[in-house]
Design a protein around this ligand. Structure first.
Ligand code: NAD
Ligand code: ZN
Length: 338
C-alpha cells in the first residue's frame, strides 16, 4: 500500500476521510500507512443489506461533522458495497468531492472498481439509485485477501473467468488452469490483466450502448438464479450464480452462436471444477425463466443475451426464446447428473 501513500503525497487536499465497515476496519485499515491512518474514519455496518440511504445519511453526516469541504478526499476501503456507496456519497457531497477506491475483496478489485458505476439499493431494487463517476485512482492489492473467506474468493473468480472468455483466449488458458485458488501467488498479475480487459471494454462504450454488453455474459441466467435463491438458506453468492449462468450461456453459445463443442466442454469443465453447484429442481425452472423477463437488456419482449462465438470472442443482442433457455438449464442439470 506504499503506492497509496505516495499518491496522496502528490495531491493537495484539505482533509482526508476513510470509509470502512466493521470488517475492513478490523482487517484492512491496520495495513495502511500510519500517515493515512491519521484520516477521519467513517464506519458503517457491512453487507448488501446496508447499501442503502440510511448508511448514506450516516456518511454525509459524518463528513459534515468532520468539516469536509470541496477539497476533501474520501478513501473507500472495502468491498463492492463500500466502493459503490462511498463513491456515490462522495459524488453527491457538495456536488462532488474526489474519492479513491481501495478495493479489499477480489470482486471489488476485478469488477466493481472499474467502469464508474456507483450507487445504492432502494425498495429492494439493486443499484437503483446511483450514477457514473470515476475515482481519482484505484489501488488494488491482493494483500487484503488473506482475511477474505475462501468462498468469497472463489465466487469472485467467476468474473475473472468471464473477462477471459469474452475477450482474451490467452488469458483463459492461464486462469482456467489454476488448481488451488487460495494458494496462487500470481494474483497481482491475474488481477491486473483482468481489470485491463474490463477497462478496455468499458472505455470503448462507457454507457453500455453496445460493446459493453458483452460483460453481461453469464449474467442473464446467472442473475435470475441469484435472485431466485436470494432469500433461501441455499443462497448462492453472486459469482457462484454467474458460474451457473456461464455454463447455461456457454451451452446457448454452442447452440446458437458457433461456439464449438470442444470449447463448450472446456469451459464447463473448468467451472464445475471450481464451484460446488447443485441441480435446479425442475419445478423451479419456469419461475427462474420468468425472472429473466425483468432483465434490463431485453428489447421488445425478447430476451437478449451476450453469447460467445469462440473462447475470447463474445457477441451481444442475441435473442433466445424461453424454450431455448429452458434447454440450457436442463443441460446444466444433465451435466450435474453424469
Ligand atoms: N460498480 C460495479 O460495477 C459493480 C460490479 C460488481 C459488483 N458490484 C457491487 O459490489 C457489491 C459486492 O461486492 P463484495 O462481494 O466485495 O461485497 P461486500 O462489500 O459486501 O464485501 C463482502 C464481505 O467481505 C467483507 N470484507 C471486505 N474486505 C475484506 C477483507 N479483506 N477481509 C475480510 N473481510 C472483508 C465485507 O465487510 C463484507 O462482509 C454488490 O453490492 C454489487 O452490487 C458493483
Ligand atoms: Zn457479476
Amino acid at each position: 500500500m506504499d503506492d497509496l501513500y505516495s499518491f496522496l503525497k502528490s495531491l493537495t487536499y484539505s482533509s482526508l476521510h476513510i470509509l470502512v465497515d466493521e470488517n475492513t476496519k478490523q482487517y484492512c485499515l491496520p495495513l495502511l500507512d500510519q500517515k493515512v491512518l491519521a484520516a477521519n474514519v467513517i464506519e458503517i455496518k457491512s453487507g448488501e443489506i446496508n447499501k442503502n440511504l440510511e448508511s448514506c445519511k450516516r456518511i454525509w453526516e459524518q463528513l459534515i461533522k468532520a468539516g469536509a469541504d470541496r477539497h476533501s478526499i474520501l478513501i473507500n476501503l472495502g468491498g463492492g458495497v463500500i466502493g459503490d456507496m462511498g463513491g456515490f456519497c462522495a459524488s453527491t457531497y457538495m456536488r462532488g468531492i474526489r474519492f479513491i477506491q481501495v478495493p479489499t475483496t477480489l470482486l471489488a478489485q476485478v469488477d466493481a472498481s472499474v467502469g464508474g458505476k456507483l450507487g445504492i439499493d432502494y425498495l429492494n431494487l439493486k443499484n437503483i439509485i446511483g450514477q457514473f463517476n470515476d475515482p481519482l485512482q484505484v489501488f488494488a492489492d491482493p494483500v487484503f485477501f488473506k482475511t477474505l473467506p475462501k468462498r468469497q474468493l472463489k465466487s469472485a473468480y467467476a468474473e475473472i473467468f468471464k473477462h477471459a472468455l469474452i475477450k482474451d483466449a490467452e488469458h483463459w488458458k492461464q486462469v482456467s488452469k489454476i488448481d488451488t485458488l487460495e494458494e496462487t501467488n500470481s494474483w497481482s498479475q491475474i488481477i491486473y490483466h483482468s481489470i485491463n480487459i474490463k477497462k478496455e471494454v468499458v472505455e470503448a462504450d462507457p454507457f453500455e450502448k453496445g460493446e459493453r454488453k458483452i460483460l453481461n455474459f453469464g449474467h442473464t441466467i446467472g442473475h435470475a438464479v441469484e435472485s431466485f435463491y436470494l432469500n433461501s438458506k441455499q443462497a448462492y453468492l453472486h459469482g457462484e450464480a454467474i458460474g451457473i449462468g456461464m455454463i447455461c450461456e456457454a451451452y446457448l453459445s454452442h447452440q446458437k452462436n458457433d461456439l464449438s463443442e470442444a470449447a463448450l466442454n472446456e469451459i464447463i469443465e473448468s467451472l464445475f471444477d471450481v464451484y460446488d453447484l447443485r441441480k435446479v429442481p425442475t419445478r423451479y425452472l419456469d419461475d427462474i425463466i420468468a425472472l429473466m423477463s425483468k432483465d434490463k437488456k431485453n428489447k421488445d419482449g425478447a430476451l437478449m443475451f451476450s453469447l460467445l462465438s469462440q473462447i475470447g470472442t463474445c457477441t451481444y443482442n442475441v435473442s433466445c426464446d424461453p424454450n431455448e433457455i429452458l434447454s440450457s438449464l436442463q443441460y446444466y442439470n444433465d451435466v450435474l447428473s453424469q
